[in-house]
Design a protein around this ligand. Structure first.
Ligand code: NA7
Length: 551
């Protein structure tokens, strides 16, 4: 099977798909190894997630000082760059990535406005044949996907969606020139992390805001604030130690690891612990409090009820507060949004919560949104309805492995990978932050760095040993999938209808997509695989298998 087009074929050692955090770092590492690399990027510039998600209030939920390339990329870069806020807003993160691209002259190897539409492995040449939407063709020994976990927008198929006469926008495809909602009646559909950011941001401007909620979330305060420069200075002095701690930690964040069960302490002590974490803000409420919030329903209920009590304190109208308080899933079994004024927004006269669990959206009309209860007339609709996460972008790239087998077919019953990095039947393909790796269950930059470093070291190893092909053994893959499933099943996560399990996309295979074992443990496993000569992989040279052994 070949990719055909009239244009001449360009040849590279490696093709990387995507120019966000992972694609930029991958390009940098491969260049250092002396490889010829081409990056294809569908957007008009670098940035990935931070290029597309330009909606009001968009910011990172990982603290900015931890959301950077570490000294593994560049000590000087780490030293020079200074964030302005505790949680960086989208324009600043995009500015950071543009700065990285400029400083390391990365753009010269990136083809922008170019989407990969086919990536086919040719057994005869042991090369990947890449086709793009502009009719371009390239071949490469290695194909590395750096497509992000949340890059394909989910736009629900509401009847009449295209008949709406006002403006409608998905948050993941926000217009570059911005949108002015001043004096408008606006519908926001969805109450995930994106909606929680956008609602307080536009509440002041709009005449009336309807927030259509199907499932309430356990939103945690982030307590965003300008970064104190003294704090920045002392952090920078210890950055190396800090990053080492992050690399070894479960969440890719330098949090204290809890040691007690939520059930072994009394209600007063429990409340005290939760209050401290709430006061610090961010994911500490899940990560730093008790050992068993994700494994024991009763323990989890104590945290769930704590958040509900906070919602009841903040929201004045008891009925609205009750609607906002989640009861159908345990805390942290869906990604908890970080909030900055979301709950307070419902104390305003012009912000109204619409319960579409009780009364579902039936159609979009030319004038607005019709639920079973009636029509809500609006001037604009914001779809904060999330993404076809983890596999969405990989499935749209036309990846075919040995024998022309599509990745969509191989993964029809759910992803099957070795370490979330590679999959049998697709030699020399690496999936950065792929399904069954820690990715979104950790600080993304820490997960990205670990993957990029591992892949770059692997490619260096292959070259040093005159090897030109690496592919997971089926047995090693089976073992990883079984381990991944076992770790996930030991927790409460698979029970909730989250995008972590693919439940947000009609017809999507329900399975836990990210790996729950923690970044530190995962890193140790990946490092051991490498130290043992890439245990679990078949390695070959010129079609001759040199070694294949099991993990
Ligand atoms: P999420 O977290 O997937 O949230 C999407 C929201 O849209 C969620 O509240 C959904 O309700 C709602 N939704 C989706 N489809 C519908 C339909 N058909 N009707 C009503 N409501 C719907 O996406 P975000 O963009 O907010 O966040 C994604 C990640 O980005 C986030 O987790 C962070 O990691 C960063 P549901 O909960 O499915 O009932």
């Amino acid at each position: 099977m070949t990719v055909t087009s009239g244009k001449p074929t360009e040849e590279f050692d490696a093709v990387v798909v995507g120019a966000g955090f992972s694609g930029l770092y991958m390009l940098h590492r491969l260049r250092e190894l002396g490889l010829s690399v081409r990056v294809f990027e569908a957007a008009g510039d670098v940035g990935g997630t931070w290029y597309w998600n330009r909606y009001p209030g968009a910011r990172c939920d990982s603290e900015s000082i931890y959301y950077v390339f570490s000294d593994h990329f560049s000590e000087e870069l780490l030293e020079d760059w200074t964030w302005s806020e505790r949680y960086a807003a989208q324009p600043e993160i995009l500015g950071y990535l543009q700065h990285v691209a400029d400083r390391f002259d990365l753009r010269k190897d990136i083809r922008f406005d170019t989407r990969v539409t086919a990536a086919v492995y040719d057994e005869a040449t042991n090369r990947w044949e890449i086709g793009t939407d502009g009719g371009g063709r390239a071949t490469a020994r290695f194909l590395i996907t750096a497509v992000g976990c949340l890059s394909v927008a989910n736009l629900p198929e509401f009847p009449g969606r295209d008949t709406f006469e006002g403006a409608s926008h998905h948050t993941g495809h926000w217009p570059h020139e911005g949108v002015d909602f001043t004096g408008q009646r606006v519908a926001v559909i969805g109450t995930g992390a994106t909606s929680v950011q956008i609602v307080p941001e536009i509440a002041d401007d709009v005449e009336h805001l309807y927030v259509f909620q199907r499932t309430p979330n356990y939103d945690i305060p982030g307590w965003n604030r300008p970064l104190d420069q003294e704090y920045v200075r002392t952090t920078k002095e210890t950055y190396k130690q800090l990053w080492q701690r992050m690399r070894e930690s479960p969440l890719g964040l330098p949090y204290d690891v809890p040691e007690r069960s939520a059930l072994e302490v009394g209600p007063d002590e429990r409340r005290r612990v939760y209050e401290v974490a709430w006061g610090k803000g961010g994911f500490r409420l899940g990560g730093e409090t008790f050992t068993d919030l994700l494994t024991d329903e009763e323990a989890n209920e104590t945290a769930s009820e704590f958040v509900r009590s906070k919602i009841r304190e903040i929201v004045h109208d008891p009925e609205v507060a009750e609607l906002l308080a989640p009861k159908d899933h345990p805390f942290f079994t869906k990604r908890p949004p970080l909030e900055h004024g979301y709950y307070e927004a419902f104390n305003r006269e012009n912000v109204e919560l619409v319960d579409v669990r009780r009364s579902p959206i039936e159609e979009i009309t030319p004038r607005g949104v019709r639920t079973r209860d009636g029509e809500y007339e609006v001037d604009a609709i914001i779809y904060a309805t999330g993404f076809d996460a983890m596999t969405g972008a990989l499935f749209r790239m036309g990846i075919r492995g040995r024998g022309g087998v599509p990745l969509t077919e191989k993964w029809a019953e759910g992803p099957r990978s070795y370490l979330g990095l590679a999959t049998h039947g697709f030699p020399n393909l690496f999936t950065l932050t792929g399904p069954q790796s820690p990715s979104v269950l950790t600080n993304m930059t820490a997960a990205i760095e670990q993957h990029v470093d591992w892949v770059a070291d692997c490619i260096r190893y292959l070259r040093e040993h005159d090897l030109d092909r690496i592919e997971p053994l089926p047995e090693a893959e089976d073992d990883w999938v079984a381990h991944h499933t076992e770790v996930g099943d030991a927790t409460l996560l698979p029970r909730a209808n989250s995008w972590w399990v693919g439940a947000n996309i009609p017809g999507k295979r329900r399975t836990l997509y990210p790996y729950l074992g923690g970044l530190g443990t995962y890193r140790e496993r990946c490092d051991a695989v490498a130290a043992n000569g890439y245990e679990g992989f078949a390695l070959s040279s010129n079609g001759e298998e040199l070694r294949s052994h099991l993990a």
